[in-house]
Design a protein around this ligand. Structure first.
Ligand code: ATP
Ligand code: MN
Ligand code: MN
Length: 310
C-alpha cells in the first residue's frame, strides 16, 4: 500500500465530530522547508481557530472558495448549499434567492474544511440579519510594483480619515498583497444604515482620500487606472459583497491567513506572509488584537451626515 493509504486506514480522522475523508490529501504543497498542509491539518486549524473565525463568520451568508484537490487544482466559489452539503452547515435566507450557506459552530467550520473549503468570505452583515450592515471595509489594492510599505502608509491615511469622521477602524492582512481597514458599526434601530448608505459612505470616504492625494490613490476599478497607485476598493460594502474573513486561510501559495492586527504592528518590517498555516499555534496563544472589535462599534449616522449623505 502507498503511505497515504497506510496512514488513512488505522484510525479514521475525526475532528470536532466530523469525519475527514482523504485526511492526507495535500491542499498546500510544501514550501520553504515547511511540510505540505493536508486536509486533516486544515480541519485541525479550523477547530483550533474556531472561536476567532466564528466571531466574524457565524450566521452571515458566506461564500466559500473550495479547492477539493488543493491550491494547484481547480478552485471555485460556493455560495449556496449543494447536493451532499454537510448538514452541519446552516442555510440562511437572503430573500427571494436560493439560501446561502453559513457555519454557526466549530462542526460547521470543520465541515467546510472537510469539503475542501479553503477560504471564507462572509457578507459584512449583522449575524442572522443579511439586510443590516455591521461593518465597512476599505480594501486597499496596490498596483503591481508598489511596495508593501506603500500599502501600510495608505492604511494609515484611511485610518486618519475615519478618525476625523469619529470612527474607529481595525486593520487586517488579507493573506495576499493588500490590507483591509474595517470599521465596526452599530446595528440598533436608531443607528442602523442600509446597504446603499453603507456603500455610498465607503465611496464618499474613498473619494475624499483620493482628492487629498490623487497621485497615490485611485477609486477606479479598472486596472489601467492604477498606474503606481493604491486602488481603494469600496465595492466590498454593497449587499451581497464579501470580504475575506479574519483568520481565513487563502488558497494561494504560502498558505497565508488573513490576519487581524493591532495598528501598532502596522509599520516597517510587517510581513503579511508571516501569518500562515504553519505557525498559527503561536498566534492563537496571543491575545486577539481585534478583541475589542465589536465593543468599538460606532453609529455611522453622524459620519454619513459629515460626508454629505442624508
Ligand atoms: P488582496 O490583498 O490580494 O487584494 P483580497 O482578499 O483583498 O486580497 P481582492 O481581489 O481585493 O482580494 O478582493 C476583495 C474581496 O472581494 C475578497 O476577499 C472577496 O471576498 C471578494 N471577491 C473578490 N473577487 C471575487 C469574486 N470573483 N467573486 C466573489 N467575491 C470576490
Ligand atoms: Mn484586496
Ligand atoms: Mn479588491
Amino acid at each position: 500500500p502507498t503511505p497515504v493509504k497506510a496512514a488513512a486506514k488505522p484510525g479514521k480522522v475525526v475532528v470536532a465530530g466530523v469525519a475527514i475523508s482523504s485526511p492526507d490529501k495535500i491542499l498546500w504543497p510544501a514550501r520553504d522547508g515547511h511540510p505540505p498542509i493536508t486536509k486533516a491539518d486544515l480541519a485541525r486549524y479550523y477547530e483550533a481557530a474556531s472561536d476567532r473565525i466564528l466571531a466574524h463568520v457565524a450566521d452571515r451568508p458566506t461564500s466559500i472558495i473550495r479547492a477539493p484537490d488543493g491550491i494547484t487544482g481547480e478552485t471555485f466559489f460556493q455560495r449556496h448549499a449543494m447536493a451532499g452539503s454537510n448538514p452541519r452547515l446552516k442555510l440562511i435566507d437572503v430573500k427571494a434567492r436560493t439560501p446561502y450557506v453559513t457555519a454557526v459552530d466549530v462542526g460547521g467550520l470543520v465541515a467546510i474544511g472537510q469539503s475542501g473549503g479553503l477560504e471564507l468570505h462572509p457578507w459584512g452583515c449583522k449575524p442572522g440579519d443579511p439586510e443590516t450592515p455591521e461593518q465597512i471595509t476599505f480594501d486597499l489594492d496596490p498596483d503591481e510594483g508598489l511596495d508593501f510599505a506603500d500599502v501600510i502608509a495608505a492604511a494609515k491615511v484611511v485610518k486618519a480619515k475615519l478618525e476625523s469622521l469619529g470612527l474607529t477602524s481595525f486593520v487586517k492582512t488579507t493573506g495576499g498583497k493588500g490590507l483591509h481597514v474595517v470599521v465596526p458599526i452599530r446595528t440598533d434601530a436608531r443607528s442602523r444604515v442600509s446597504w446603499d448608505q453603507a456603500k455610498a459612505f465607503a465611496k464618499a470616504v474613498s473619494e475624499l482620500i483620493r482628492i487629498d492625494a490623487p497621485d497615490r490613490f485611485t477609486t477606479t476599478l479598472a486596472k489601467k487606472a492604477r498606474g503606481g497607485k493604491i486602488f481603494i476598493d469600496y465595492l466590498r460594502n454593497g449587499r451581497m459583497a464579501t470580504a475575506v474573513a479574519p483568520w481565513s486561510p487563502r488558497a494561494r501559495p504560502g498558505a497565508g491567513i488573513a490576519f487581524p492586527l493591532a495598528w501598532s504592528q502596522v509599520k516597517a518590517g510587517l510581513d503579511p506572509s508571516a501569518f500562515n498555516l504553519w505557525n498559527y499555534p503561536a498566534m492563537l496563544k496571543k491575545a486577539d488584537p481585534w478583541k475589542d472589535f465589536r465593543a468599538a462599534e460606532t453609529s455611522l449616522r453622524p459620519a454619513l451626515k459629515k460626508v454629505g449623505i442624508a
